[in-house]
Design a protein around this ligand. Structure first.
Ligand code: NI
Ligand code: MN
Length: 226
């Protein structure tokens, strides 16, 4: 499967023959130079919670591609009112889609949509099919609930965790989170985009290496095979 970093907490992931974009925040990201939102191709847009830095390009991408939004009930309803095709889920629920199974899992954070509409409770996604299984945590603190993931989902091949601190867990807590989810291969996100979340990459990677784990930090626009 291919994983492309679109900056901040935005990823394009190809799995099960479909393209999935997570938490698109591209056009307003000061660090993104060469990604044209209108040229992105996808089948689905998955949104973890309602904050601006996770939804800003979702409507355009969904409409450009006739894609389907997957998010919690409140966020799906909000996008549905804008004329987007949506598929609502909520915490603990899993559903079989044409690319695999997704499960919407707990996150400790907040969630309000850009116009002030209540965004439901924030979450993350575990996605799996015959080829692989991964966890996209969304914005979250370290939480005991992460221990439920290895108990209720297939073994994770990798996980995408926020590591930038201040608004989410920092890399030190993300090392503990990787233990909770029983996963040694982590892709970091939600760092460096704004002054609040600037982070020393080498220090973060050393913390993971010291724990016998790998922290992958992609350049914006970079694609890797997982
Ligand atoms: Ni947030
Ligand atoms: Mn955020």
């Amino acid at each position: 499967m291919k994983v492309t970093y679109l900056g901040h907490a935005s990823f394009l992931i190809e799995t099960g023959g479909k393209k999935l974009i997570f938490d698109p925040f591209i056009s307003a990201n000061p660090l993104v130079k060469d990604i044209d939102v209108d040229k992105l191709k996808t089948d689905y847009v998955l949104v973890s919670h309602g904050h601006q830095d996770h939804v800003v390009d979702a409507e355009a991408i969904i409409k450009n591609n006739e894609a389907t939004l997957i998010s919690n009930y409140e966020i799906a309803t909000w996008f549905g009112q804008k004329g987007c095709t949506v598929y609502p889920v909520n915490h603990g629920g899993k559903v079989k889609m044409d690319f695999g199974t997704i499960k919407y899992v707990n996150a400790i954070h907040s969630s309000v949509l850009p116009d002030g509409t209540y965004g439901g409770n924030p979450g993350g996604f575990v996605v799996w099919n015959d080829q692989n299984c991964f966890y996209f945590a969304g914005d979250t603190a370290l939480t005991w609930d992460m221990k439920l993931i290895p108990m209720t989902c297939p073994t994770l091949d990798f996980a995408i965790l926020p590591i930038g601190d201040n608004f989410t867990m920092g890399y030190e807590d993300a090392v503990i989170a990787s233990d909770f989810i029983a996963c040694d291969k982590i892709i970091g996100c939600h760092y460096d985009t704004f002054p609040y979340i600037e982070m020393e990459k080498e220090t973060a990677q050393k913390a993971f290496a010291d724990a016998g784990k790998e922290l992958i930090l992609l350049a914006i626009g970079e694609t890797i095979e997982m």
